[in-house]
Design a protein around this ligand. Structure first.
Ligand SMILES: Nc1ncnc2c1ncn2[C@@H]1O[C@H](COP(=O)(O)OP(=O)(O)O)[C@@H](O)[C@H]1O
Ligand SMILES: [Mg+2]
Length: 238
């Protein structure tokens, strides 16, 4: 996958976004290089989800620049953005209750070559293979999250936007998701991850952006995270 020419696969500059009259993002700046795992940290309401949705073209009113692999996407619709090779796994996971695991998995269209086969997805998430014929409603929170991640891997996307994948999950499942993200990174996927749990973020990410009030206010390399803990506690109010 070519990068944006300045070393970034994804380059977000001066990104503004609105919901109706509400001005939510006030000039977000951030970059993600090919092969990196980068997190967006920040309190509830800081604008993390809105940033992912804006990158994906899912917020109607936005301004600024979002370049992916060198191409400006700020005027594109979400289906056009998807075809470039981005996919989002939303916070609410979006598993269809009335469909079984296999049907949920096959739901998102393939947008480009290079997606994982269902066999490869089951290799990443063996639990899903055992639950193939189970309805969405019968799955645990962890299984739903794995299914939600698994199905975007089929599409051929190379940049994965993951919104709080560990939210509400038991520690053992969080660890499993961490191992999966490490594996995806090894396979060459690039990941932009929204996380509240910076202890988890620390185990998977190369760098961390901190958001406050619709802006990026800090960038912390993972190697500097321990030293930044007092600051981070203040940012996150924890
Ligand atoms: N659909 C929406 N319509 C209006 N306001 C919204 C909508 N979604 C989120 N917001 C507001 O935008 C701000 C940022 O929200 P969000 O991006 O979800 O933050 P985060 O993911 O960091 O918790 C919040 O003040 C939230 O109330
Ligand atoms: Mg959010």
């Amino acid at each position: 996958m070519p990068d944006a020419g300045d070393g970034a696969l994804l380059a977000v500059h001066g990104l503004h976004a609105w919901y109706g009259e509400s001005h939510i993002l006030h000039g977000v700046d951030m970059e993600v290089r090919a092969g990196e795992v980068v997190t967006l940290l920040g309190r509830n309401g800081a604008g993390k989800t809105t940033t992912l949705k804006s990158v994906m073209g899912m917020v109607a009113r936005r301004e600024g620049s979002v370049r992916f692999a060198g191409a400006e996407t700020i005027r594109l619709h979400s289906d056009q953005v998807a075809r470039l090779g981005l996919a989002i796994c939303p916070e609410e996971r979006g598993i269809f209750a009335s469909l079984d695991v296999e049907e949920n998995l096959l739901l998102p269209p393939k947008v480009r070559d290079g997606g994982l086969t269902t066999a490869q997805i089951f290799e990443l998430f063996p639990n899903l293979r055992e639950r193939l014929a189970s309805q969405g409603t019968k799955l645990s929170g962890g299984e739903q999250q794995m299914l939600a991640i698994g199905r975007i891997l089929r599409t051929g996307a190379r940049l994965l936007l993951l919104d709080e994948p560990t939210e509400g999950l038991a520690p053992v499942i969080v660890q499993q998701i961490g191992r999966t993200l490490a594996r995806l990174k090894q396979e060459g996927f690039t990941i932009l991850l929204v996380e509240q749990n910076f202890r988890f973020a620390q185990t998977v990410a190369d760098r961390h952006y901190v958001m406050e009030h619709g802006r990026v206010v800090d960038l912390i390399p993972n190697s500097g995270l321990e030293a930044a803990m007092p600051k981070l506690h203040a940012y996150l109010g924890v």
